[in-house]
Design a protein around this ligand. Structure first.
Ligand code: IPE
Ligand code: IPE
Ligand code: MG
Length: 249
């Protein structure tokens, strides 16, 4: 472990350690392409390259969990040709990146409505998850057709169904029961959420899980993102004072 990846020791009380779980809202592919006068599809392709770099950088920098927002449940509203480009790229990535992921010790999980992409992509997802299931260096969640509200609604619906069937007592439904019905069940909540491109909003990403996440907004467009940007965001995170509602002084 290099000095840069070592957790900062608490000195006056409040310096947080490195984030165990980082979420990234990877935004700005379209603006990157527009700035170069090239088709949006090339921006998305460059974005996929950045994704590859950042997974490696996160593992190097001691991040155990990385959740990348790649396609939101609202991104289906984009023009059909862009949706086709994006799904084609994701499918290509899934098919051709698995070997690299295994080599690099990356365990891949997809969160979101995977069935929405059709049976071909579904099979590709299942194959990639199974092939990487034994990897331990870093856990990579890729959010595809993911929406935080839909995820919470689904968990609530499941609990309601079980309560109606008499399997659980409605009065026993607590935060832990709801969290256990989310796709992130068993994973730590994100400590740090990064959004690139200058936009400062959550756009339906990890709504429940982000309750006490620190947010870092970086103006860089996603295709230009690299290891140094991630290092900067983690350094900013370590300067934050996380109180979780309590008092530190
Ligand atoms: C992020 O880049 C990729 C997806 C949301 C799928 P955008 O395509 O949103 O890029 P901008 O925001 O238009 O620049
Ligand atoms: C959020 O980006 C979703 C992803 C990065 C996958 P968008 O570009 O879709 O978000 P809005 O529409 O600007 O809020
Ligand atoms: Mg965008």
């Amino acid at each position: 472990m290099s000095a840069a990846t070592q957790p900062v020791q608490k000195t006056g009380g409040s310096t947080p350690p490195a984030p165990a779980h980082v979420g990234i809202i990877m935004d700005g592919n379209g603006r990157w392409a527009a700035a170069r006068g090239v088709p949006r599809a090339l921006g998305h392709k460059a974005g996929a390259e950045a994704t590859r770099r950042v997974v490696e950088a996160a593992a190097d920098q001691g991040v155990s969990w990385l959740t990348l927002f790649a396609f939101s449940s609202e991104n289906w509203r984009r023009p059909a040709d862009e949706v086709r480009d994006l799904t084609g790229l994701m499918r290509h990535y899934l098919r051709h990146e698995v070997g690299q992921l295994v080599e690099k010790g990356v365990r891949l999980r997809i969160i979101g409505d995977r069935a929405a992409f059709g049976p071909g992509m579904l099979a590709e997802i299942e194959r990639a998850e199974a092939a990487t299931a034994g990897n331990r260096r870093i856990n990579l969640n890729v959010a595809l057709s993911y929406g935080g509200r839909a995820e919470i609604a689904r968990a609530a619906r499941d609990l309601a169904r079980r309560a109606a069937a008499g399997e659980i007592d409605p009065d026993a439904i607590d935060e832990a029961a709801l969290a256990a019905g989310l796709e992130t069940a068993g994973m730590p909540d994100p400590d740090l959420i990064i959004r690139t491109s200058g936009e400062q909003r959550i756009s339906n990403f990890l709504l429940w899980q982000a309750a006490y996440a620190e947010f870092v907004f970086q103006p860089v467009l996603w295709p230009d993102y690299g290891a140094d940007h991630l290092r900067d965001a983690i350094a900013e995170f370590r300067r934050r004072d996380r109180r979780f509602g309590a008092r530190t002084g």
